[in-house]
Design a protein around this ligand. Structure first.
Ligand code: SF4
Ligand code: SF4
Length: 91
């Protein structure tokens, strides 16, 4: 079960902000695309992604959470195998 930390401010119960509540993928002009054959599942892209938008399945690179990916391209730049390509959103 997921636990959300809360605090009381001025008599109101508040919780920390989280980008996970907003589908920030709408902001994107480019999206990352994985070349599965080139990927070695090192998960460097997962470590570097600032938006928790790289999916991991059974310890392996599992694609992207496009509803939250902002298309910053950090994953593509960090990938040691050049297995991620940034393409225009409507490609
Ligand atoms: S950084 Fe590149 S090689 Fe490593 S898991 Fe991500 S896509 Fe695959
Ligand atoms: S493009 Fe940016 S936000 Fe999207 S998966 Fe890569 S690092 Fe994360």
């Amino acid at each position: 079960m997921k636990t959300v930390k809360t605090a009381t401010m001025g008599g109101r119960i508040v919780e920390p902000g989280s980008a996970m509540k907003f589908e920030t993928g709408d902001w994107r002009s480019h999206k990352p695309v994985l070349e599965r054959d080139m990927c070695i599942d090192c998960l460097t892209c997962w470590i570097y992604c600032p938006d928790d938008s790289v999916l991991v399945k059974d310890g392996k690179m599992g694609g992207f959470r496009y509803t939250h990916c902002k298309g910053c391209g950090i994953c593509a730049r960090a990938c040691p195998k050049k297995a991620i390509t940034m393409v225009e959103e409507d490609e």
